[in-house]
Design a protein around this ligand. Structure first.
Ligand SMILES: C[S@@+](CC[C@H](N)C(=O)[O-])C[C@H]1O[C@@H](n2cnc3c(N)ncnc32)[C@H](O)[C@@H]1O
Ligand SMILES: CC(C)=CCC/C(C)=C/COP(=O)(O)OP(=O)(O)O
Ligand SMILES: [Mg+2]
Length: 298
């Protein structure tokens, strides 16, 4: 049986290589390759702290007592642990807004990365959690971590386009995009979440969005788009696309102030990637915001 790889080439599938659907667009093929090739130490070293691997940013105050003295032998290790704690705290904030979940619920992580948020969602709610990513490497990584944790029956990642998720209509109780909505058209995205969510279901996103009060995307936002090959939307687009697709915001939290300490600490670490100033400057000049939006599917 011949199948398509992420870049559209045909390959024969074998028991060890799962089916990889052809990308829906050349752009998605590029994003699949981007994440297949990603191995930034800032992500792997933080995930190594406790086996939860995130591709999102942190929120909350710095615990300076956990850092020790700059220049001390274990300072870098403690700094990495603190950055990771803040990134996991961000997932906790998202989970706090998923509403009361029952163990029999099915949860969906749209753009699941290496699966850290899926594991945390299962550990909190004991539900089944299904994630999708364009990256076969990320899906394999997330599924290997689930096996290592013995939760592979409850946590699973698949290579799949979040605009065409493998769920029946109304099958999902709660779904989210954790820093993954900037890779797709929001009307297409929210139409698909609206389809998979049961009436009364809950959708949550944490995202960076450009601030319509600024006028247009600032140069910092353009730098972030270029760095990640993504397409940051405005706050206005989120709310319009949700309203057009039966997703009605229940809660909107501006997390911009809460994420700045993470970025200022990260900018002092040896793991900097060069994008730190764009985030710090855009958060400070008001052109870019870090938001949580929790919406009900009506
Ligand atoms: C910045 S990472 C965020 C990962 C994860 N949500 C987290 O918080 O760690 C963005 C993710 O979105 C995924 N992605 C981008 N476009 C996608 C699409 N059209 N369908 C499925 N996943 C997509 C990427 O493969 C990647 O896993
Ligand atoms: C808020 C916005 C606009 C985010 C864009 C999506 C993104 C790439 C998030 C971080 O991924 P990562 O954890 O792999 O990035 P890094 O290597 O910078 O830690
Ligand atoms: Mg990261």
């Amino acid at each position: 049986m011949t199948e398509n790889t992420a870049n559209g080439a045909n390959t024969a599938s074998t028991a060890s290589t799962p089916f990889v659907p052809a990308p829906a667009s050349p752009y998605q093929g590029d994003i699949a390759r981007y994440w297949d090739e990603e191995a930034r130490p800032v992500n792997l070293r933080l995930g190594d702290v406790d086996g939860l691997y995130h591709h999102h940013y942190g929120v909350g105050d710095i615990d300076h007592s956990a850092l020790g003295k700059p220049g001390a032998g274990d300072y870098e290790r403690k700094l990495i642990a603190e950055l990771h704690r803040l990134e996991s705290a961000q997932t906790d904030v998202l989970l706090d807004h998923l509403g009361p979940r029952r163990v029999e619920d099915l949860l969906a992580d749209a753009g699941c990365g290496r699966g850290g948020s899926m594991v945390m969602a299962h550990q909190r709610f004991r539900c089944r959690v299904e994630g999708v990513t364009l990256s076969a490497k990320q899906a394999d990584f997330a599924n290997r971590r689930a096996r290592e944790l013995g939760i592979q029956e409850r946590v699973q990642a698949r290579v799949c386009n979040m605009l065409d998720m493998p769920f029946e209509t109304g099958q999902v109780s709660a779904s989210w995009n954790n820093e993954s909505s900037m890779y797709v058209d929001l009307h297409d995205l929210f139409a698909e979440h609206s389809r998979i969510l049961a009436p009364g279901g809950r959708y949550v996103t944490i995202t960076g969005c450009w601030n319509p009060r600024y006028g247009q995307p600032s140069k910092w936002v353009s730098q972030i788009n270029a760095h990640f090959e993504c397409n940051i939307h405005s706050r206005r687009e989120y709310l319009r696309a949700m309203a057009d697709n039966r997703l009605v915001p229940q809660t909107i939290i501006d997390l911009t102030g809460a994420t700045l300490p993470y970025w200022e600490l990260r900018a002092t670490s040896s793991l900097v990637t060069g994008i730190e100033d764009a985030f710090i400057n855009s958060y400070k000049d008001g052109s870019f915001q870090y938001l949580l939006i929790a919406a009900d599917r009506v």
